[in-house]
Design a protein. Structure first.
Length: 324
């Protein structure tokens, strides 16, 4: 059931204001330092609680219940923010304070956070259709959309299938998939070189949020606040193992991203960390090649999560790109 927007803003605003001051101070003082030497941006339990309490939900016509935060300027340009695999709307907590001129719609994808967790279906089109129905529910005809990791694949799918509903696109830590002429043997070899399905298959319910696997799952070359990461792990541990596997098998494995990328016609910004071990150089290059007009930003010292590593600069890049 939708709660009053004014109430949500009253609840979220103090936490965002506090976080904005902390992140701005961090950015000003630590920007010149090497990634590993930077101090993590502090995030308090109160800030996490306030952000999470700002969620409401919508029951969509396809039967899914999608949780989301509706924040920022009500009359600002809409900006839909889409998180990555096993994460939730909180992925954007550190970036959101810098984007308050936009109407921010920050979602929990199905299977994640406070949204429905059905046995199926978790293809990138299933995720994208949920977003389209949510935009219908909110009366938003056209939106900017930014996605991270799995969320970036969902974002490009949304832009591909509903170009008339898409203004501009930001793809963070994204992939174009294997090169189009890769042989099955090449694809298999590259898949085996970074196999994260095997350790996920070993998980058992209930997942221990502080196990070595879960700690490693959120590792970063740039320090990230442990209070924040602990909350991320706790929420991910609440996702049933069968849903982890369903999202991986249906949404991440075997996607032919190249086949639909020609349908992505909206202006696009590509953002990567150069130390991202989850997205290979080849898979970055296939995305660049498929979107030759896209603007590209590469952070030389960052890993898979630039929205936690330097949220202020990422927001600056996004705003510069999204402005008219």
């Amino acid at each position: 059931m939708r709660r009053d927007l004014g109430y949500r803003r009253h609840l979220i605003a103090p936490a965002l204001a506090t976080l904005l001051a902390a992140t701005a101070l961090h950015s000003a003082s630590a920007a010149p330092a090497p990634a590993a030497a930077r101090k993590p941006i502090p995030v308090s339990v109160a800030e996490l609680d306030a952000f999470d309490a700002g969620k409401t939900s919508a029951k969509l016509p396809n039967g899914q219940t999608i949780a989301y935060i509706d924040a920022g300027r009500r009359d600002g340009p809409p900006l839909l923010l889409v998180h990555g695999f096993t994460d939730n709307a909180r992925d954007w907590l550190m970036v959101a304070p810098y984007l308050q001129d936009y109407r921010l719609i920050i979602v929990d994808l199905r299977g994640h956070g406070a949204s429905s967790k059905p046995e199926c279906c978790y293809t990138r089109l299933d995720f994208a259709y949920d977003l389209k129905l949510l935009m219908d529910h909110l009366g938003i005809d056209k939106t900017n959309i930014a996605g991270h990791s799995l969320g970036s694949m969902v974002t490009q799918t949304y832009a591909e299938y509903w170009p008339e509903r898409t203004r501009k696109v930001v793809l963070i830590s994204s992939s174009g998939g294997p090169k189009p002429d890769a042989s099955p043997a090449e694809v298999a070899k590259r898949t085996e070189s970074f196999d994260y399905r095997t350790p996920i298959r070993k998980l058992k319910d209930p997942i221990d949020p502080d196990s070595p696997f879960m700690v490693a799952w959120w590792a970063s070359p740039t320090p990230v606040d442990e209070t924040f990461l602990s909350r991320q792990r706790k929420d991910a541990a609440a996702i049933p193992v069968n849903v982890w596997l369903a999202v991986m098998d249906q949404g991440l494995v075997g996607n032919d991203l190249q086949a639909t990328l020609p349908m992505l016609v909206a202006p696009t910004l590509l953002v990567w960390g150069d130390k991202d071990e989850l997205v290979s150089h080849e898979r970055k290059e296939t995305l660049r090649a498929a979107l030759p007009k896209a603007k590209v930003k590469v952070y030389p010292d960052f890993g898979h999560n630039p929205m936690w590593e330097d949220p202020a600069d990422l927001a600056r890049e996004m705003k510069a790109f999204l402005k008219d």
